[in-house]
Design a binder for this molecule. Sequence first.
Ligand SMILES: O=c1[nH]c(=O)c2[nH]c(=O)[nH]c2[nH]1
Length: 294
Amino acid sequence: MAELAQQRHGKAKVRVGRVWREGERHAFVEWKVSVLISSSCESSFISADNSAVVATDSIKNTIYVKAKECSSVLSMEEFAILLGEHFVKTYPQVTGSEITIIEKPWEPYRINGKIHHHGFKLGKGSHFCEIQVSKNKPTVVCSGLEGLSVLKTTQSGFEGFVRDNYTLLPEVRERILATEVLSVWCYKSKPSCYNKAFETVKQILLDVFFGPPDAGVYSPSVQNTLYLMGERVLQRLPEIESIKLSMPNLHFIPVNMPKVGVEFNHDVYLPTDEPHGTIEASLTRKNWSRHSKL
Ligand SMILES: O=c1[nH]c(=O)c2[nH]c(=O)[nH]c2[nH]1
């Protein structure tokens, strides 16, 4: 005979994106929420009687319901407390709950000291370079930026694409646009300072992605935004010969579960990394000639 010494169940790593759109500036958080509840449901383990089990699927749904109910911005600690209390208060058989939340450190984008109304950035991105030295060819100098995560909570849509028997995606003029920018550019002449050129390119990419801090700029597709970002770099930095941009479309899926009281109103999202759209392009100057691997 075995003794059931301890048991818990719950749902782990439930991803939630929450946007609050009151006021002129949007607030946004991205959380990964895990819940474990202690409850008297030993009989589920021992004798296959599930009558006391709060399904882990319901636990997951509850996270989205509570995120929806939070009508103004709150800290993850406050959210965890109200979520944990919900399980303990709602179900007589639940004696305890453990809530763990990890928050992605999205921060509002700042342009010249002004806070962007709906643009967010994660980290700074890394600077890298790729140099090719040959005996009988000029040295090729390419620099790059990787891991620059950016997100805007509005001013993005995607319409007018192919609709056929395989299409489910609705056309939208309002969605979250999130990506992690990877870019490599190659020089045709030496800039006065490589580090300064890197900072300028990064600033241009960010400025074109986000648009002005108050109104932003509408993105009709990742493709168009990517092109405009690269084009602006070639316009502003004559020493750059070509630029490649790769921008995954990191989907924020609307959470719409009317049966449990979550009607999507551009507020609660399921953030995803995989699968993601893959959008990439290389831009060169019109009279560009030198061989490059771009
Ligand atoms: O900006 C986008 N470009 C696409 O090619 C695409 N495809 C898709 O499903 N969503 C999007 N969004």
